[in-house]
Design a protein around this ligand. Sequence first.
Ligand code: ADP
Length: 494
Amino acid sequence: MPDPACSIPKIGRTTHYIDGEWAAPGGSTFPDRNPLNGTLVADIAAGGRAESQRAVDAAAAAFPAWAAMPPGERQRLFLRAADITERRAEDIVPIMAAEAGSTRVFSAFQIRLSAAMLRQAASWGYLPYGDLMHSDVPGRIAMVARKPLGVVAGFTPWNGAFYLAWRTFLLPMAFGNTTVIKPSEEAPMSAGLIHAEILEEAGFPKGSFNVVTHAPGEAAAVADVFFEHPAVRCINFTGSDKTARILGARAGAALKRMVMELGGFNPMIVMADADLEDAVKATTFGAFLHQGQVCMNTRKVYVERSIHDEFVDKLAARVGTLKTGDPADPGVIIGPLINEKALRQTEERVADAVNKGARVVLGGESEGMIFQPTILTEVPADAICTTGCDETFGPLLVIQAFDDPEAALAEAQATPYGLSASIMTRDHARGLDMARRFDTGIVHINAPTMASEASLPVGGVKDSGWGRSGHYAIEDFTELRLTTLSQLPGHYPF
Ligand code: ADP
């Protein structure tokens, strides 16, 4: 039973949601623990192949009616879900703190974005869905129309769990697909079960969305069905590029479409003419929101040498004021890392840089599961945390001085990733020119690398994946069908 001292959730359900029903409690479960102190947050149903199969069958059965539902009816459901999400905010915030180490600031940010995205998605059913094309054949009408794919199976992550899970449900469903979601085992409530409660309360039809949870290390049993079941037409994955390579190979073998939102090594370039105070604030937020565990966190800042020292001093002063501790405390900005493995990796990356000669400006140590917000300078080029080959999912920021902006631009994108980047400058023409030459899905000028809005397309290039959020997701979650009507007899060669 959950620890009564752990004042959690008003979430009612911790079992699978399949075909409009919550599974009866009492089956096999696994403990969902608070990353800060290991206390039990909830016992969660441990599903496998059978549950996954039932969920996909249910989504397949619900598909024709959901796809045919008039946009106005779907719109009402999405708008209701947005209202419920906002109404339940005070129930959801403590769950996200206890289960995923999410601070109040980050949880509130996610809830705001989630409600906004639900309201955006409510209108997507009205997007024009095709073209009338010219034909070279006299009397022929050619119509190209978008249609939903079928069942979309989604993997949701633990980090921006609440918002990213909404994205995994909403983007396919707004365009007429039904879904089966497999939440991350690290945060099954924040990454899917809460959403099922909200969608159920909003009145979404049974089978149109389904959630199957699983114990740590048992993802494959649930996921196997996604690749094998013919009704699943698309895999919608948010997670690491390492796992995406494994799943992408399987999707390829099964000839299923795959949409991927993966990691990033998001650089920021601060030009000498930048508003220094604003650059310091943007860096603090961009690097340390959710203790550096978001794919769009800033990992490295290139600062023009003439302002480098002042920038570092001001940044260290600001970051030094961030309160660390239990994210249940509303004043805390830096909570625990998600698990021991993440903590060890951050420790190892800092030690590696320091052993190779880096200077620790701030932080560098852990206290229990909390890693202090850490700023390193003079980091040698071969230190893992500065090469851009592998993101460090923790509160670790590298700062590097530059003399030549062109060299900084080249170095900043010498990474396999291509998610987000940021340029701080008062010279807007120059900022736009540099932005044009960044090989990333997103570039912000005078804003942090993470400046998401529900309506704007988020997604990466290179090893950061493919696919976009916002209404552009129509490209990912629909197919084109060509229909022609010939009104005159044809001419045939034989
Ligand atoms: P993260 O490190 O952000 O958790 P992962 O890529 O490890 O990212 O996990 C993302 C999602 O992929 C999670 O839902 C996890 O359960 C799932 N997953 C991880 N490994 C596998 C695997 N081998 N087969 C199927 N699913 C997996």
